[in-house]
Design a protein around this ligand. Structure first.
Ligand code: SAH
Length: 596
């Protein structure tokens, strides 16, 4: 199947049939300027009215053999297959393109589902094999693309003409087009805007070399840079935050949606936006606390290779790229290879996990210094770089230790040896800010034993200092009704997602069809359940349940009898039926009430 857009202006087109389908075909053709003849003994009223208004020619009679051959395009939509077949044969033999409604075998072309925004058209087709899927996709697109796209494409057309009038070299006009596009289209939300006259004038009058200067504060700089003369690609070192997807920065998210390739660590995986399209290359490099399955050198050369292909690359790292993340080393490699890069900081886990555990890392008069350190350092054979003896003397301070599970006993030993008070409050937080968060609060002397008893595992951080004593009082997170739940919710049902999140759940909003990114996110941490609101959603989720990440005891909250019924048919266990009339807060209460 070969897609084209036909200019049907003033072309003679034939529609055989007078029902609803014939009407839609005739209307579409007339709207696009075709000269339409409708042949049918009887027609629905709107067709008759169109004929009366002179918008088409109506012949109230049966189709005559051979008459199709003089037209440019022919449609048959009668309820008589023999007539349809005759029309098809006549047209097809004469080399006239012909389409019989709902009869793929009698078609030499298919009509795509289309979304029209002025001259901008988006067509969806399945070679006639799955019209129902095309219809639904079209509806999705219809919702995604707002009316503003129509004005946007008109503005784009004006802009193009102005650029051509400038008579600049093709590479320069491409740079200008790129400026127009990246400044007016939000690749994440699929929103477009018309640029102001001032903006346009600025772009047109700016020397083109300005456009290639690389990322700027206010635009989607990575892309502008990529299309610059060198075409060497561009790497954004992006901090993914500590694990909770909402703690990825706005700019980090933007870069992900502009990316051609994402190279991510294991700890960064939960922050990938599920809606990232399947066209984005995903490269897991599996870096985890203490274990580096892919050597740093290979990660470095992967980044260089992707950038050299001219791609926009996001290097997504847990927490902040420069806080114990070897981001500095990666930046140095890029720099020495002459590859343009930027760093987008992230929320570091040492601060965020503590906040989630009720621990302010500083507090007026109580903790006036914050030390972030890597605990590995305490067990290095070539002697410590950290002056534990000095830290031990600092009463009004907080120490936060990364990569601290195995090294903790040695750290405690050093601090006690330096004279620190054994009863200093101390904590360890595992998987902070995620649904799997666990914390242990103890004292400096007793923390090592306490975490062994609780079985805490990496990734975890310890904190030592007076403010840890505030943890129970300030623990807002574990008090939330849905803290600890990681719920798959189909299709980002906006309000529901936000309410579940506000109630403490970690929500994985899975788009359908499921994207590879959504699968990575589901697998990144245990999925404890799902919330579905229709039988169709049950079907969607059914393909994913039991996949990596889903725990055996995963529960399903089904809104409405039909959804619950379908879930049971599908053999789901732990199905909870919620009444269809529930509003969002009831929903949270019901889910909280039926938790394990
Ligand atoms: N760049 C990261 C740290 C990478 S080092 C940052 O800024 O957060 C990896 C260590 O970070 C882990 O061993 C663990 O100590 C800590 N860590 C990362 N995410 C964590 C989380 N969600 N909860 C607890 N510790 C975490």
């Amino acid at each position: 199947m070969y897609p084209v857009m036909l200019d049907v202006t003033d072309r003679s087109c034939l529609v055989v049939g007078g029902g609803g389908i014939a009407l839609r075909k005739a209307q579409g053709l007339v709207e696009d300027g075709a000269r339409v003849t409708v042949v049918a003994p009887e027609v629905v009223d709107p067709l008759a009215r169109m004929a009366e208004a002179g918008r088409l020619r109506l012949e109230r009679r049966v189709y005559e053999t051979g008459e199709a051959v003089t037209y440019a395009l022919v449609f048959a939509a009668t309820d008589d297959r023999e007539v349809n077949a005759e029309v098809f044969a006549d047209a097809n033999d004469a080399g006239v393109w012909v389409n019989v409604a709902d009869d793929p075998e009698l078609c030499s072309f298919h009509l795509p589902g289309r979304v029209r925004r002025g001259p901008l058209q988006i067509a969806v087709a399945s070679a006639g094999e799955a019209p129902f899927a095309v219809r639904r996709l079209r509806q999705l697109l219809e919702r995604r693309f707002g009316a503003e796209w129509s004005e946007w494409v008109a503005a784009a057309s004006r802009f193009r003409n102005r650029v051509y009038e400038l008579g600049v070299a093709p590479a320069d006009s491409e740079a200008l087009f790129d400026r127009f596009f990246s400044s007016t289209v939000d690749a994440e939300s699929w929103k477009a805007r018309v640029p102001t006259a001032t903006e346009e004038a600025e772009w047109i009058s700016a020397p083109v070399s300005h456009l290639d200067r690389g990322p700027t504060a206010e635009d989607g700089g990575a892309k502008a840079c990529r299309d610059g003369e060198s075409n060497r690609g561009f790497v954004s070192l992006v901090g993914a935050g500590p694990g909770c997807s909402g703690l990825l920065t706005v700019r980090g998210r933007q870069r992900l949606f502009e990316a051609d390739a994402v190279v991510y660590d294991r700890l960064a995986a939960p922050a990938l936006p599920c809606e990232l399209g399947p066209e984005v290359q995903l490269h897991p490099v599996g870096k985890e606390a203490g274990v580096h399955p892919i050597p740093q050198e290979e990660i470095n050369s992967l980044l260089v290779r992707l950038a050299r292909q001219g791609l926009r690359v996001v290097r997504l790292k847990g927490g902040d790229p420069y806080v114990f993340g070897r981001g500095g080393e990666e930046a140095e490699v890029l720099d020495s290879e002459g590859i343009a890069f930027e760093v987008i900081p992230g929320v570091t886990s040492g601060v965020a996990a503590m906040a989630w555990a009720g621990i302010p890392v500083t507090h007026r008069r109580e903790a006036v210094r914050l030390t972030l350190l890597t605990a590995h350092e305490a067990v290095k054979s070539d002697g410590p770089q950290v002056r534990w003896d000095l830290l031990a003397q600092d009463k009004h301070a907080t120490i936060v230790g990364y990569m601290g599970v195995t090294a903790l006993p040695e750290v405690v030993h050093q601090l006690l040896g330096g004279g620190m008070d054994p009863s200093t409050p101390a904590a360890m937080v595992e998987q902070g800010t995620t649904a799997s968060q666990r914390k242990v609060i103890s004292t400096l002397a007793e923390l090592p034993a306490a975490i062994v008893e609780a079985g805490l595992r990496p990734p975890a951080l310890f904190a030592i200092g007076p403010t840890i004593g505030r943890s129970d009082k300030l623990d807002w997170f574990s008090r939330l009704p849905l803290a600890g739940e990681r719920l798959v919710v189909p299709d980002a049902a906006g309000v529901v997602v936000r309410r579940l999140e506000a109630a403490g759940a970690d929500v994985v909003p899975v788009p359908f069809p499921v994207t590879p990114a959504a699968r990575v996110v589901m697998a990144a941490l245990p999925v404890t359940g799902c919330v579905v609101t229709s039988p169709a959603e049950v079907d969607w989720v059914d393909d994913e349940r039991g996949g990596p990440g889903w725990i055996d005891a995963a529960r399903s909250w089904c809104v409405g009898e039909a959804a619950a019924e379908r879930a049971r048919q599908r053999g789901w266990r732990h199905v909870h039926e919620l009444s269809a009339g529930l509003d969002c807060s009831d929903l949270v209460a019901e889910i909280a009430g039926t938790r394990r």
